[in-house]
Design a protein around this ligand. Structure first.
Ligand code: IVH
Length: 713
């Protein structure tokens, strides 16, 4: 099939054809690793499908390939009971214990067949398919009930939304692991650190946290993957695990190629030995090997305990460890003043790289380990990525050692450190005179994703600082070429370039200016939400804590940080200077799409199906209407979604204000537009989040508890 449009075909037929073809392209790309179309062709077809679906809402299908891009509708995680409980696995770090388990199985069922698989280090998921289409995806939860994360799972390209072939059971569950490949993990953490957000400790936490994201658009961009390792259902027509997985592979699931059938202890040991080393070259995290009895009849004979099946066991790899000397603890100061203690180590080889430094996170961690300089310490790679100190070999502690005293002063500017309530880290409060904080803020400000002052780099910023030319971000806009040209490594041409790109930065849109200010916890995405919500810096500065929290993705922590930032007189002075320099402090108003809502005022409350609240607000403004935060006698309409705030509803009823639904609203615009196209109103505000930063509103970790008794087969 080509992407050319066949005029004989109806649009409905074309939608079906595109869906089938795009699903097949996804399958070839993600499961077979053999793309059949270019990225460009794929995107062109996907866009065509998106347009056709927009014109044919009656053909909406949650399993359309267009669902993969996610939506910014806030996800609700309904709790769902698993049809078959999701048991956990007994696990061991000891080969002797593993051998005992093999002996027990062999004694009970005689000659046995085992399937050895990698133990993927992510978070468990159960997918249910009905009539060959994904029905729901549920996390493990407590083993009995889990969270419905279907919308987020749909964005994972390797999860088939519809199945291939015709020999799959009509209704079945398939279980596996959602994980984050190292490449996605590194990219995500780099972005988080650049945005001043705490990085995820390991890919497992990142995968679990991402799955619980409120916005599936964010999930879609985080690069999760999913492998399936267990089929569950009544009367499945297979007699072995291996057979069932190979069938599932044909239906379009990603099934690991790294499994093997082993018949005895020697073969199992060989598999473990091989993968203990070979796994280090895999692009995704693993933490062990799972050994499962292959034949379902044997599994039934072995049964399960309340917690775990007796027919499977996990052998966990020991985290790689090295013993080395802690030479010195030094302290780094970040752009927000946060102090990070760093362990400087005698260089040691660990998991393929030489480790010289390890982070110590905060004072509590140092105290808990009773670390002392000169100690021999155990270093591990947490989640195989970040080296951390896990313990001290006390038998080698030097006689003269003394407990480590955490610093009380900033190592750079010597200000007395402070510790904010609920924060594990110490902070240097001297924002205006502490060198790494000043430089860090300027370097953050000029970044590509912020003001994009690309002719300035870190070194030049340092040079300007050392020469007394910039001490804060506002100073950049007072620079003149003749001040820069005489500086070492610069000259006239570079000076002109720098001044030119500083001048151009005054055109950078408001949401990026907001991000560039470097307000703690206001990353790129949060800045976009804030800009979309408040539309001007003045409105944001005037907002109360409650009003700040009304913006999407903004919770208590972010709101407090914004209030602190604007409460600071120096920050306010900088903002005024930036305003005079001409920076964009307002979201740009597009030429109104129409005057359909001229003179009308709206209050929006609740959650909506077709648009996010901010999109609705943008639509109101684009058509000449006004948004109000609270219901009053001046309100023309209360635009009410699901879960509308009861206070707003009551007040509107009391004041006799018209309450309209999202559909009424869309119809209102269409009816009032003279000669316009009602579906054209979506304004391009440039404010729809398109990055992958995390919300700090939702804690990442999934709980795990005691699953009920039950078997899969
Ligand atoms: S089988 C009843 N196979 O490990 C047994 N689990 O520690 C069902 N895991 O909750 C699980 N890789 O999230 C199985 N190849 C694999 C696995 C695997 C990772 C996870 C899974 C499970 C946990 C138990």
């Amino acid at each position: 099939m080509t992407s050319c449009y066949n005029p004989v075909m109806t649009e409905e037929q074309r939608i079906k054809e595109l869906r089938a073809h795009l699903n097949y392209c996804n399958y070839c790309y993600y499961i077979e690793n053999a793309p059949i179309v270019s990225d460009y062709e794929f995107d062109t077809m996907l866009r065509e499908l998106q347009d056709l679906e927009a014109a044919h809402p009656e053909m909406a299908d949650p399993n359309s390939p267009t669902a993969r891009v996610g939506s910014d509708v806030t996800n609700e995680f309904r709790s769902i009971e698993h049809t078959f409980p999701m048991l956990s696995l007994s696990n061991t770090y000891s080969l002797d214990e593993l051998h005992e388990w093999i002996d027990r199985v062999q004694k009970e069922i005689g000659e046995s067949e085992f399937v050895c698989e990698l133990k993927f280090d992510g978070t468990a998921i159960s997918l249910t398919y009905r009539h060959g289409a994904l029905l729901r995806a549920v996390t493990r939860g407590d083993g009995t009930r889990g969270d419905d994360v279907t919308e987020n799972i749909r964005t994972i390209r390797s999860v088939p939304l519809t199945l291939t072939g015709n020999d799959y059971p009509d209704f079945f569950e398939i279980r596996g692991e959602v994980f984050m490949p190292y490449a996605s993990f590194d990219r995500l953490n780099a972005e988080r650190e650049a945005n001043g957000e705490p990085p995820f400790a390991n890919p497992r936490n990142a995968a679990a946290g991402t799955l619980k994201q409120q916005s599936s658009q964010v999930v879609a961009r985080r690069g999760l993957d999913c492998t399936l390792y267990q089929l569950a259902g009544d009367n499945l027509p297979y007699d072995s695990h291996w057979g069932s997985l190979e069938a599932a592979r044909k239906w379009g699931f990603r099934i690991s190629d790294n499994k093997a059938i082993c018949r005895n202890t020697e073969e199992i040991d060989a598999y473990i030995n091989h993968w203990d080393t070979a796994r280090k070259a895999l692009p995704f995290p693993t933490d062990g090997v799972v050994i499962k009895v292959n034949r379902f009849a044997d599994r039934r004979a072995l049964g399960s305990t309340a917690k775990a099946p007796k027919w499977a066991v996990a052998y966990k790899f020991k985290a790689e460890q090295a013993l080395t000397r802690l030479l010195k603890v030094t302290y780094q100061v970040g752009r927000t003043g946060a102090i990070t203690p760093v362990a400087n180590l005698e260089p040691v080889l660990l998991a393929g790289t030489v480790v010289k430094r390890a982070t110590l996170h905060n004072a509590d961690q140092i105290a808990a380990l009773d670390l002392r300089e000169g100690d021999m310490v155990y270093v591990e790679k947490g989640g195989e990525i970040i080296p951390k100190i896990t313990g001290v070999d006390l038998s080698q502690r030097p006689a003269y050692s003394r407990p480590l005293e955490y610093i009380t002063e900033c190592p750079v500017c010597h200000s007395k450190l402070v510790r904010y309530e609920g924060e594990a880290k110490h902070y240097c409060p001297n924002q205006s005179h502490c060198r790494p904080q000043i430089l860090g803020r300027i370097i953050h400000f000029i970044r590509r994703k912020a003001m994009n002052i690309d002719s300035l780099g870190e070194e030049t910023v340092e040079l300007l600082f050392e020469n007394g030319l910039v001490g804060c971000i506002a100073d950049l806009y007072d620079l003149r070429a003749e001040q820069l040209a005489p500086l070492p490594r610069l000259g006239e041409k570079s000076a002109e370039n720098i001044i030119g790109s500083i001048r151009r930065s005054t055109e950078v849109p408001f949401h990026r200016v907001l991000f560039a200010l470097g307000i703690r916890f206001v990353g790129e995405t949060t800045a976009k939400y804030l800009a979309a919500h408040f539309r001007s810096l003045d409105a944001m500065m005037a907002a109360s804590r409650e009003q700040l929290i009304e913006a999407e993705e903004v919770g208590d922590k972010i709101a407090d940080s914004i209030l602190d930032y604007f409460a600071d007189e120096q920050n306010r002075a900088i903002i005024e200077r930036l305003r005079s320099a001409g920076l964009q402090f307002e979201a740009r108003q597009q030429t109104p799409a129409s005057e359909a809502l001229q003179g009308l005022t709206f209050v929006i409350s609740g959650t909506f199906h077709n648009h996010s609240r901010d999109e609705l607000k943008a639509m109101i403004e684009a058509h000449g209407g006004k948004n109000l935060a609270a219901v009053s006698a001046n309100t023309s309409y209360l635009l009410a979604g699901d879960k509308i705030g009861p206070a707003k509803l009551q007040k509107a009823q009391k004041l006799g204000i018209a309450i309209i639904s999202e559909d009424d609203f869309e119809r209102m615009i269409a009816d009032r537009m003279v000669g316009g196209n009602p579906s054209d109103e979506a304004e391009d505000t440039g404010l729809i989040p398109d990055t992958t930063t995390d919300s700090t509103k939702n804690p990442a970790e999934e709980n795990s508890g005691q699953p009920q008794q039950g078997t899969l087969f």
